[in-house]
Design a protein around this ligand. Sequence first.
Ligand code: NAD
Ligand code: IPM
Ligand code: MN
Length: 357
Amino acid sequence: MKKNILIIPGDGIGQEVTAWGKEVLVKIAEQFGHEFVFEDAIMGHTAIEATGNPLPDETLEKAKASDAILFGAIGHAKYDNDPSAKVRPEQGLLKIRKELGLYANLRPILLFDELLDASSLKPEILRGTDILFFRELTGDVYFGEKLRNQDNTFASDLMNYHRYEVERITRKAYEAAQTRGKRLCSVDKANVLETSRLWREVVQEIAAEYPDVETEHMFIDNAAMQLVKNPKKFDVVLTANLFGDILTDEASQIAGSMGMLASASIGDGTGFFEPIHGSAHDIAGQDKANPLASILSAALMLDIAFGLQDEAKAVTDAVDKTLKAGWRTSDIADKTTPADHILGTAAMGAKVLAFLK
Ligand code: NAD
Ligand code: IPM
Ligand code: MN
């Protein structure tokens, strides 16, 4: 199979981890006889420094022309510490999601048994958890009108949803639920927000088309609590952009670390595969970042964008073998991990590659 893959490492640890997601794709192509042609593009702070634009036209054109995109992360402390900055790395990510029509962000909470002790939660609470989040990605308060009055005494972000935006992601989530545990939990704040009341109405209507799937509606505050109280109760979780952003960072603790969670952003065109984590200023440039979220994002690309299930499984198996052999980055090490088994980004990436042989 011939595919054109665009690599957008972005900023900070995005650059360090994406290198390993790409290496894994190179190796898979070799082993399974595929031709993957790679191109690179810039985004975020790196792109602002080079061009003044967090999403240069050239990057967007390359993205539209590719078969799939592996993205790292964007962000820089400079902007986090300067809320008045008008041009920001995050604008690049939001724009590419919108331009590519990536309305569904699939965030699987893949729990490797070997990491049960790496989590801040008790192993008996976690064991057997398998959740697939469907986070809406191109609507909500992220994309509504933003206002700030002249004397800086008032600001506003408009939260809105169109019926069609809720319908399309809801159908995708139900289709996925049919192939899994046949349970769907829609998370909203319908007791307060009008957008959530529309959301709930639409989900209730569409639920009738999927009688084989058990539907539950839950308020976001309760869901945040239930997720750590009894994560096994969830199968597919469907939610809006902002709620999904927050709940999945929380859920990363089920998998042991932010460095473990991969995601697939899909919709109308080219699929975009991205770890859920950011550019992690606190560890950037120190060879400390866990590359597994990027490697597992590459696995999602093979599976979802190319339909290469055996190849995707080869990648997740190699990650599993690496963990079973006791290799850890510091974020997923626990008190029983011997010091000589705690690896940096590059050494961890190399272990996974070796297990792909
Ligand atoms: P973050 O996800 O970058 O980091 C949160 C914490 O998790 C940090 O302690 C970090 O060290 C740790 N962490 C994250 N990824 C890790 C990995 N692979 N291995 C080990 N530890 C890891 O979130 P933040 O600190 O809130 O944000 C930093 C910057 O990243 C901000 O500028 C933010 O806007 C940006 N950001 C970008 C994305 C993205 O590009 N998709 C996502 C989130 C945040
Ligand atoms: C993510 C990030 C982004 C989001 C930011 C950087 C715009 O947190 O990918 O989860 O909120 O979607
Ligand atoms: Mn996030």
